[in-house]
Ligand binder design. Structure first.
Ligand SMILES: [Zn+2]
Length: 565
């Protein structure tokens, strides 16, 4: 085991919300270089995990060796001899997301991108992980286990392995005969849904049917589901996924379906994005932001298919699918930024925009998740017209680029589309590069469906407000909105509408109702001023519905589309 990098995580002081890391290896060069990843794969923004690291030391034998910082997250040292060295440091773990580290006396949830150092020259060597936990805890890691150690084939496999620890029991379920594990952390107030395990298993099986493949992770897949009072998120891994869901959403009528869709989404990622990966991420560069225009394929197509896996699994029906697709399309259509940012740009700018979004972002940005799903929908329907499907295209790309772990790019996707429809390939280029170019209405109508705006009962003003210590502050002024025409800006404090003091957020629609023009008193930079706002008719959302006048041809296409596979 001479070239193995040994890692020890010490979680035995959970109340400190800090854990200690020791990493040792036998160097092969007198110049030593180490760095902590600056981002977490699957979450495309620079997080500077190093902000949580302290007390870093390097030891060689009995002596401490000075480390020189070569960048915010990297260090160097000169070694006089090539004997085993050890770095030691502490990591503060107070950030409970799927992409960061958290530790408290209840449990630990660690994303190792924020915890382990990449050692220059050792990336492709075996990494051996040991974890010390409090007496009543057990640790869970989706890696092969060898007595007290977990074995990662290389640094990438280590970083990709989430660590969970606590007084938990793990459950097993089967997918196509392959053993999977389910780790439940927390619980809803009324307990877990009684069919949870079998429904999760059915959604995973449905995803395998979609991909026409056994589980890509084989017999080693660990699904971690954290049930919380708030929060929502998921992060995919080669051999599992970490999900955060909240019980308020679960209690909604469609909450359980949303939970199963999140499971399906992350499960599909074991193919799409983990093994079938945009070429820019083969291999990952953990030291900096790496731009890719293909995130729409990784996330948008996965988001489209996650709406249907519950249907394939028999956990939902066509009607629910249309409701969910309506929501997805509605979000896109209600985002003015879709007229500004193209789908390819949205992917490329993830690092600086999607993950740093604020309320005004909606006017200049569109999410590659939502627009990507809408694009996947259009692609799927157009491919159906050529007697094929998006699922078949993804399966083919999986065979040509996923199984053998070649990265794919735009040309690879276009080439597969061209095999069936030259003009669709041309259209896809404009859908990727031209903002607001998706022909949603004509695609919907080709299925004998209608996509219609649902009028809002409240007048439209275009303001997003936030109540802050009794002040009604403007957080967003929507593009082309009445509020923009009234010259209101972000940061203004709204004082009164037509002479009536504005005390609560809910008062705004009430004071605008039935008015064609109102005087708004506001404060800007400490000065009071007044402006006129002319409310408009608003759109609440967009909704898909059956078209009673659908032709036989349209209904036939719709039936083929509903087959999905
Ligand atoms: Zn995803």
């Amino acid at each position: 085991m001479d070239n193995t990098v040994q890692i020890h995580l010490d979680l035995r002081e959970p109340a400190s919300q800090t854990f200690w890391v020791k990493q040792s290896w036998k160097p092969c060069s007198h110049r030593l270089s180490i760095q902590l990843p600056v981002w977490t794969p699957g979450s495309y923004t620079v997080r500077d995990h190093v902000q949580h690291l302290h007390s870093l030391e390097l030891h060689s034998g009995e002596s401490q060796v000075p480390l020189r910082r070569s960048g915010p997250s990297s260090w160097r040292a000169d070694l006089s001899e090539l004997t085993t060295v050890e770095v030691r440091y502490a990591v503060e773990a107070r950030d409970l997301t799927v992409r960061t580290c958290f530790l408290d006396p209840t449990f630990a949830s660690l994303c190792l991108a924020g915890a382990v150092m990449e050692v220059e020259g050792c990336r492709w060597q075996t990494h051996q992980l040991e974890i010390s936990v409090p007496d009543t805890w057990e640790a869970f890691v989706p890696l092969q286990r060898n007595n007290h150690f977990w074995i990662a084939d290389d640094f990438d496999a280590l970083v990709d392995s989430p660590v969970h620890a606590g007084p938990f029991k793990i459950e097993q379920f089967l997918v196509k005969g392959y053993t999977h594990e389910l780790l439940l952390i927390g619980s809803p107030p009324s307990g877990w849904p009684k069919n949870l395990l079998s429904d999760i298993s059915a959604v995973c099986e449905a995803t395998c049917r979609l991909m026409d493949s056994p589980p890509a992770a084989g017999d080693r897949y660990q699904l971690v589901l954290q049930m919380r009072a708030e929060g929502y998120g998921g992060l995919e891994h080669d051999h599992g996924a970490v999900l955060q869901f909240n019980w308020h959403t679960l209690a909604q009528p469609d909450g359980y379906r949303k939970l199963l869709q999140l499971v399906g989404h992350e499960y599909l990622h074991q193919w799409n994005v983990r093994r079938l990966r945009p070429q820019e991420y083969r291999p990952y560069d953990y030291s900096q932001a790496i731009v890719s225009e293909s995130l729409w394929f990784a996330e948008g197509i996965t988001s489209y298919f996650d709406l249907v896996t519950t249907m394939i699994a028999g956990c939902s029906d066509r009607k629910s699918f249309l409701v969910d697709l309506s929501e997805e399309l509605s979000r896109v259509l209600m985002t003015p930024g879709r007229e500004v940012q193209s789908l390819a740009c949205s992917s490329e700018e993830a690092w600086v925009k999607l993950y740093k979004a604020s309320p005004p972002s909606r006017d200049s940005q569109v999410s590659y998740y939502g627009l990507g799903a809408a694009t996947a929908f259009c692609l799927d329907v157009r491919l159906r017209q050529k007697q094929t499907s998006l699922a078949r295209l993804v399966r083919k790309l999986w065979q040509t680029h996923g199984v053998c772990r070649r990265g794919y790019n735009r040309e690879d996707v276009l080439a597969l589309v061209r095999e069936h429809d030259q003009s669709l390939a041309e259209d896809l280029i404009s859908w990727l590069d031209q903002p607001a170019s998706l022909p949603l209405q004509s695609i919907v109508s080709s299925l004998g469906l209608r996509l219609e705006a649902v009028a809002s009962k409240d007048p439209y003003h275009g303001l997003t407000l936030k109540e802050d210590s009794g002040q009604m502050l403007v957080r967003r002024v929507a593009a082309k909105s009445p509020a923009l025409k009234a010259n209101l800006v972000v940061g203004d404090e709204l004082i009164a509408i037509s002479g009536r003091r504005l005390r609560r957020l809910n008062d705004l629609p009430l004071l605008l109702r039935g008015q064609s023009s109102v005087a708004i008193t506001y404060s800007r930079h400490g000065h009071l001023a007044e402006t006129l706002l002319n409310p408009d008719e608003g759109v609440d959302r967009w909704q898909l519905d059956w078209d009673p006048r659908a032709t036989t041809k349209q209904m036939a296409l719709r039936d083929r589309w509903f087959q999905i596979l």
